[in-house]
Design a binder for this molecule. Structure first.
Ligand code: ADP
Ligand code: MG
Ligand code: MG
Length: 255
């Protein structure tokens, strides 16, 4: 049983207009086996939360804490975060020409487990997971994300989650740009990985449609750098019907 605990997190980013506070006190606890959906309008700070937990250098934590089973995540290097069992889907979306998917995944698995996986079981697991995700087996010999379509990138993210077996997985807009078939395949992959590993999942999304396939236990509505409302799956249904309007501040009067 693992717990990711985010306490009163404040994060700023330096922009051309100066330093801007994006996260304004986020508190959230994710346990193994739980699925939390973070939903919210564009620009509300959802990706900033994911990048901050990932350790992206652009984001400055000004106060608050993030711990994984009591260990200070914010003190860890990006590699250490992965070894501790955090999986951040946006950590690997860059193209890595010349490094094949198969080598990349085996290297990541070795780094995280502290030992190389046995070749025979590894090849079998990789083939099985790729088949489950309906990925062309030839993709394993291609450069990471090199010329990947949007759908292939998303499948590759979930392939990583299935093989790396994280304690907590953070998936940012895994649904964006997927057609209905791809959305279902990717969602089923997340559900399989969750079931096999017992991972806790933080699923960040703007739209409710992925929640038809990945059932959240908790829904958090993110507005203006904070959680504005929390509830169960019924909150997602309400958002689907009503949108985010009731959470948005009325526009300031013109002066
Ligand atoms: P969301 O994922 O909810 O759409 P983001 O976290 O991407 O929101 O962005 C929140 C706000 O922070 C936006 O106003 C965005 O312009 C700003 N922001 C985020 N990252 C950066 C950055 N690296 N540089 C400048 N501004 C940023
Ligand atoms: Mg935002
Ligand atoms: Mg975003």
């Amino acid at each position: 049983m693992s717990t990711l605990e985010i306490r009163d997190l404040h994060v700023t980013v330096d922009t051309e207009q100066g330093t801007k506070e994006i996260l304004r006190g986020v508190t959230l606890t994710i346990n193994s086996g739980e699925t939390h959906a973070i939903m919210g309008p564009n620009g509300s700070g959802k990706s900033t939360l994911a990048y901050s937990i990932a350790g992206h250098p652009k984001y400055t934590i000004t106060s608050g804490t993030v711990t994984l089973d009591g260990e200070d995540v914010l003190e860890m290097s990006v590699d250490e975060r992965a070894r501790a069992g955090l999986f951040l889907a946006m950590q690997y979306p860059v193209e890595v020409p010349g490094v094949t998917v198969s080598n990349f995944l085996r290297t990541a698995k070795t780094a995280i487990d502290g030992e190389a996986p046995k070749l025979r079981t590894w090849v079998k697991d990789l083939k099985q997971s790729m088949a489950d995700l309906k990925m062309d087996p030839a993709v394993s010999d291609r450069g990471v994300n090199e010329g990947f379509s949007g759908g292939e990138k998303k499948r590759h993210e979930i392939l990583q989650m299935e093989l790396l077996k994280p304690k907590i997985a953070i998936l940012d807009e895994t649904d964006s740009g997927l057609d209905v078939d791809a959305l279902r395949i990717v969602s089923e992959g997340v559900n399989r990985a969750k079931e096999a590993t017992g991972s806790g999942v933080l699923l960040i999304t703007h739209y409710t449609r992925i929640l038809r396939y990945i059932k959240p236990d908790f829904v958090h509505v993110f507005v203006d750098g904070r959680i504005a409302e929390q509830g169960g799956p019924e909150l997602a249904d309400r958002l689907e019907a009503e949108g985010y309007d009731r959470f948005q501040a009325a526009p300031a009067a013109a002066t």
